[in-house]
Design a protein around this ligand. Structure first.
Ligand code: SF4
Length: 287
């Protein structure tokens, strides 16, 4: 497969101790953000905006404008790789489609994953899980050659899921599909899957909610990523305190699960999870 690279233009670069956040302008004047973590792992955006509407996330605060084309996906990698090649950094060694947008809503993402594979760059995605027919394809023989899928769950009970991931699939059919497909995968494929739980104060952080999530998650035996919330200007959601975060971490571990905490790269103001924004055409990037 040969992708036509309509290379987006890097119009801003913001550096912090761990991350480099790039604002990339697309051919129609819209802009999305990409983030380089740890010097060689690139988080790319798949849509201008997002239709899922998670209330804690800046990326979908203005709804969905459009899908990125294949050349705009590959172009994020190419543009940033080219920018890095002039410095001391090695270049893009890993890719994750975890920036602005829901990857399963963009039917071009599988071709992008294949392009990454041809380039020798492992590529993973983060998804809220829908549409389920597309998720089924990602978990079946002949799936795009991905290097991992992180499922954004953020709830144990349906009313909470409807608040945290408003236009993602409900928990019941999502876990039914995971329960069907995950045991059919090889051990090495299963180890590349993870369930993500973003702790949101007074929304999904009480013991009953956590236990309901664990009841669904434990039979799958997948890794759990327990994330802290990054405040964004588009949400009045509050962070949980350190003590509660640690208590939830221990509660999950007590169920015998492999639980990982947020890395520093994910909780940085500069490019942390949920902080990336999309701008429609002819608007100025944020300061
Ligand atoms: S968290 Fe992901 S799925 Fe939810 S609105 Fe943000 S980009 Fe979309």
């Amino acid at each position: 497969m040969h992708a036509t690279i309509e290379q987006p233009e890097i119009v801003e670069e913001h550096r912090s101790a761990i991350n480099r956040r790039y604002v990339v302008r697309l051919h129609d004047g819209a802009a999305v953000e990409s983030v380089l973590y740890r010097g060689d792992s690139l988080c790319v955006s798949s849509q201008v905006g997002c239709a899922v509407g998670c209330p804690f996330c800046a990326s979908g605060a203005n709804g969905l404008s459009r899908n990125l084309e294949l050349g705009e996906l590959t172009g994020q990698v190419a543009a940033i790789d080219a920018a890095l090649s002039s410095g001391a950094t090695a270049g893009v060694r890993r890719v994750t489609v975890s920036g602005v947008g829901e990857p399963l809503h963009n039917p071009t993402v599988p071709d992008f994953i294949s392009w990454c594979r041809e380039r020798g760059t492992p590529a993973s995605i983060t998804t809220s899980g829908g549409p389920l027919r597309r998720l089924r394809a990602w978990l079946s023989p002949g799936a795009p050659p991905h290097n991992g899928i992180s499922f954004s769950i953020h709830a144990g009970r349906e009313p909470t899921r409807a608040r945290t991931v408003p236009r993602g699939p409900a928990l019941e059919p999502l876990f039914e599909l995971l329960g069907e497909r995950v045991p059919a995968l090889s051990g090495s494929r299963r180890r590349k899957l993870a369930l993500a739980y973003l702790l949101l104060a007074d929304l999904n952080d009480d013991d009953a909610e956590i236990d309901a999530f664990l009841d669904r998650a434990a039979p799958l035996g997948l890794k759990i990523h327990l994330y802290r919330y990054n405040p964004v200007p588009t949400s009045d959601q509050r962070q949980i305190g350190d003590a509660r975060y640690e208590a939830v971490f221990e509660r999950m571990r007590a169920r015998g699960l492999d639980v990982r905490r947020s890395s520093q790269a994910r909780i940085e103001d500069n490019g942390g999870c949920g902080t990336l924004v999309a701008l429609r055409g002819n608007r100025q990037p944020r300061p």
